[in-house]
Design a protein around this ligand. Structure first.
Ligand SMILES: [Zn+2]
Length: 260
């Protein structure tokens, strides 16, 4: 979708804009290109209490978190939403017939749908929300990837569900790696490098998980020109995001769906 020359060496960087009606950072390039798409990553918001959407993290009273979910669904004008407890593994579920309101699916780390009006959501606070769009025929996937999920293959599994169950070709897919902890802030031990199949640095060293996910996506057939990476970091950019490493118990949501 990018107008950048295809000879560029890396994926396009995207600085998501704050949505005027929902406290969320949205990929305005995508929303311009795919006007049928609903997409974003929520933020703390400017009010009090903060816009915590973590149903399983226990940082805010449950009734308040549910109020925030209701607000998100109303503002996005979507009838249904799907979420699940996340396991840092690689299960990804396809959702087609979804009841109105919020559905909690069996635990998993990714969701796929081709049904309009269904808002898919993963919770993050440093991990990477991965957004995948199939333009025509329309389908979307939202995946949750920390280093464990990346090692387990949640990205590849999400692309498999789009391919095997919905017949979407990887070369047609568009992929965005949303707001997450950046390659300067995410210091990890040797065991993480080793688990990812990278040379062990021998001491805690920062790693750029989004860059690793870009490489994995290209390896399995996603076009580099179709991949974008957020400039927002949950730690070092002033983006209003929750950060687990920064001491937050609350969670933002990476959400996406096909407008009804
Ligand atoms: Zn950072």
């Amino acid at each position: 979708m990018s107008s950048e020359p295809s000879s560029q060496r890396g994926p396009e960087s995207v600085h998501e804009r704050l949505n005027p009606t929902i406290p969320a950072l949205v990929h305005s390039g995508w929303l311009g290109h795919f006007p049928w798409l609903v997409q974003g990553t929520t933020t703390r918001g400017s009010g009090s209490p903060e816009f915590d959407l973590g149903l399983f993290s226990g940082a805010s009273p449950g009734h308040r978190v549910h109020e925030h979910w209701d607000r998100l669904l109303a503002r996005t004008e979507m009838a249904c939403s799907v979420h699940a407890r996340q396991l840092h593994e690689a299960d990804v579920r396809l959702h087609r017939a979804v009841k109105k309101g919020l559905t909690i699916a069996d635990p998993c780390d990714g969701h796929v749908t081709d049904t309009p009006g269904v808002l898919l959501a993963v919770a993050t606070a440093d991990c990477v929300p991965i957004f995948v769009v199939s333009p025509e025929p329309r389908a979307v996937a939202v995946l949750h990837a920390g280093w464990r999920g990346t090692v387990a293959g949640v990205l590849e599994r999400g692309l498999d569900v789009l391919g095997d169950e919905l017949g979407r070709s990887r070369s047609d897919l568009h992929l965005h790696l949303g707001p997450a902890i950046c390659g300067h802030c995410y210091e990890v031990g040797s065991e993480v490098f080793e688990a990812l199949g990278l040379p062990s640095p021998g001491a805690p060293t920062p790693i750029d998980l989004r860059q690793i996910l870009v490489q994995r996506a290209v390896t399995v057939g996603v076009s580099l020109e179709h991949i974008t990476v957020s400039t927002h970091c949950t730690r070092c950019t002033d983006s209003g995001l929750f950060s687990h490493r920064g001491g937050d118990g609350a969670r933002q949501l990476g959400y996406m769906g096909i407008r009804a």
